[in-house]
Design a protein around this ligand. Structure first.
Ligand SMILES: Nc1nc2c(ncn2[C@@H]2O[C@H](COP(=O)(O)OP(=O)(O)O)[C@@H](O)[C@H]2O)c(=O)[nH]1
Ligand SMILES: [Mg+2]
Length: 254
């Protein structure tokens, strides 16, 4: 009896354990590399490294698959994963979702890069589909900002400018001015790979798989699903329409 009371008293001090995602909301989980400015200092192309971004996609795919997400988006050192209102893993416990997602991201990226990497994790809640569209458009705007600023900064650094000088030359300049600055250094920003400027999307697609049925002794086809990695996402309003299809698909099936 005494032991039961003790057990209950200790458990009651797990102060956040009862927190759950509220019912009926769209959830986006966002993981972000911890101190990746430092992590990427050596061994990676600047400002954007294809191998690094490939490892981010691999990490995003692991999150989408392990956590049964609907859509994932990655840019820079962050990944967002969308869950529909009916998502029910871990009994919707917040601590589980946040800690396990950070663990999946850290383990997958560490294995891929062969260097210890940590990710933090946070939860965003949207009460209606238009919030979700706004969320992903917000992160895509961040991708554009990071890519353009990164290209300006590292182009100037490679041209011999000191960190402060480089920053001062493009800080608070307009989008057009930044693109013009890159032009002066023979970089055509608009022809850089689309994924560098808009981020990468990951989502489920179905495909037909033909397999041999040894009992019937003939080929048999079945529908399977796999993760598609989309490196040519649309932009702005069109990206909003693109996101909307994941939301509509949920409404149509619920
Ligand atoms: N070299 C390189 N660095 C990258 C790439 N993607 C992200 N980063 C770095 O990751 C940082 C991410 O920003 P942020 O999360 O604000 O910084 P953190 O707090 O140091 O992780 C950027 O400042 C870049 O230094 C890439 O493709 N190549
Ligand atoms: Mg970071």
């Amino acid at each position: 009896m005494k032991n039961d009371e003790f057990e209950q008293r200790m458990r009651a001090m797990e102060a956040f354990h009862t927190l759950r995602l509220p019912p009926g909301v769209w959830t986006v989980l966002r993981v972000d590399g911890r101190s990746f400015t430092h992590f990427t200092e050596t061994g990676f192309e600047k400002p954007i490294d294809s191998r690094f971004q490939q490892m981010m996609r691999q990490t995003a795919q692991a999150l989408l698959e392990e956590l049964h997400g609907r859509y994932a988006y990655t840019e820079s050192d962050e990944i967002s994963v969308l869950f529909d209102p009916s998502w029910d893993m871990f009994d919707r416990e917040l601590e589980k979702l946040v800690s396990i997602s950070a663990a999946i991201a850290s383990a997958t990226f560490t294995l891929a890069s062969q260097r210890i990497a940590h990710f933090d994790s946070r939860v965003w809640l949207g009460s209606n589909p238009s919030d979700v569209v706004d969320y992903f458009r917000w992160r895509q705007t961040d991708a554009e900002r990071c890519a353009l600023n990164g290209w300006c900064y590292w182009t100037l650094r490679k041209a011999g400018k000191k960190p402060d000088e480089a920053m001062a030359l493009f800080h608070k300049k307009s989008l057009a001015d930044k693109i013009a600055l890159l032009h002066q250094h023979a970089i055509d920003y608009d022809t850089l790979p689309i994924w560098q400027r808009r981020g990468t999307g990951l989502y489920w697609e179905t495909f037909e798989k033909i397999g041999y049925d040894p009992v019937q002794e003939k080929d048999r086809s079945g529908i399977r699903r796999r993760v598609k990695i989309d490196e040519a996402l649309p932009l702005k309003e069109e990206y909003g329409t693109f996101i909307q299809q994941f939301l509509d698909a949920f409404v149509a099936h619920s």
